[in-house]
Ligand binder design. Structure first.
Ligand SMILES: *[C@@H]1O[C@H](CO)[C@@H](O)[C@H](O)[C@H]1NC(C)=O
Ligand SMILES: *[C@@H]1O[C@H](CO)[C@@H](O)[C@H](O)[C@H]1NC(C)=O
Ligand SMILES: *[C@@H]1O[C@H](CO)[C@@H](O)[C@H](O)[C@H]1NC(C)=O
Length: 268
């Protein structure tokens, strides 16, 4: 008796929790701007006694935008861009064509038969990410290293790369080498471009990739040493300059020596 009482109590809590979860069950749908999305009611065939209401709101689904009752469909102008809305005659599912960011928000289908059931959706509309841009901000190298690298074939360069892309909701920017992610960044400051630096110490590794991604799209820019971190074309100039200085100093020394010898000869 005691046990069964406890059992029903636990059962009650369990069932309560289950219906609660179902009530708050919101399905999140990520969609690309310009695409179409269909929100299903789960109804296979509407009968003439069934009424389905679609409600929408950016924060709360509090505005009636479409309904089907006695098999007749009404679409209301409370929905911005109502010409994009379409309701399926057989299932009551709602399709939004050429979706824009103003259609992001909460959608609820209220399906009324003898009792009401609900289907809830959170629709998030994303713009496609832009192609990331790689810049080699500084190929840092001292004049000495530059000359040494050019003259003796040393590879002592450190190249700092900067990758950037337009920011937006859900956008992240990453550096990859092959399939391994080296670093990643994202920011809630949507009006500031995202950027991520990377230091490269070795030449001839054209395996770095910068990837901009959001839940609906991604774009990759492959790093190329030739294109983004060109070798120093002016290093020969630097070497030539040093050589010239050395020659000048040597000829000056020779000159001084010659003059000194002349003076010495003259005196003796
Ligand atoms: C989609 O909507 C945009 C405005 O948001 C409009 O400029 C464009 O022409 C539409 N495209 C189609 C295929 O209807
Ligand atoms: C990743 O980028 C941040 C910001 O530029 C930097 O502070 C951090 O050191 C980087 N991490 C790695 C592992 O390179
Ligand atoms: C980029 O998008 C494609 C599909 O378009 C997907 O297969 C791939 O996994 C995505 N890559 C990343 C790094 O998100």
């Amino acid at each position: 008796m005691f046990v069964s009482k406890w059992f029903s109590f636990i059962l009650l809590i369990f069932c309560g929790a289950l219906t609660g979860a179902e009530k708050d069950g919101i399905k999140t749908i990520s969609v690309m701007k310009g695409d179409s999305v269909t929100l299903p009611t789960g109804v296979s065939e509407i009968n003439r006694y069934m009424q389905i209401l679609w409600l929408f709101g950016p924060e709360n689904p509090d505005t009636l935008v479409a309904e089907i009752y006695k098999t007749s469909i009404s679409i209301y102008d409370s929905y911005k861009g109502l010409d994009r809305l379409q309701m399926d005659q057989q299932t009551g599912s709602l399709t939004i064509r050429n979706i824009t960011t103003t259609h992001s928000g909460l959608y609820t289908a209220q399906i009324m038969t003898a009792m009401a059931t609900y289907k809830r959706f959170k629709v998030i509309v994303y713009a496609p990410v832009t192609l990331p841009v790689i810049e080699s901000s500084e190929c840092q190298i001292s004049v000495l290293q530059k000359c040494a690298a050019a003259c003796f074939g040393f590879s002592c360069e450190v190249c700092t790369l900067k990758c950037s892309t337009e920011n937006g909701p859900g956008v992240s920017l990453s550096w990859y080498i092959g399939s391994e992610r080296l670093n990643q960044t994202s920011s809630s400051e949507l009006n500031v471009n995202l950027s991520l630096p990377l230091e490269i110490k070795e030449r001839n590794i054209d395996m770095y990739q910068c990837v901009a991604a959001n839940p609906v799209s991604n774009q990759t820019t492959q790093f190329s040493f030739q294109e983004h971190c060109p070798p120093y074309t002016d290093s020969s100039h630097f070497c030539g300059f040093t050589e010239a200085v050395i020659r000048l100093v040597i000829s000056a020394l020779v000159g001084v020596a010659a003059v000194a010898m002349l003076v010495y000869d003259f005196r003796s």
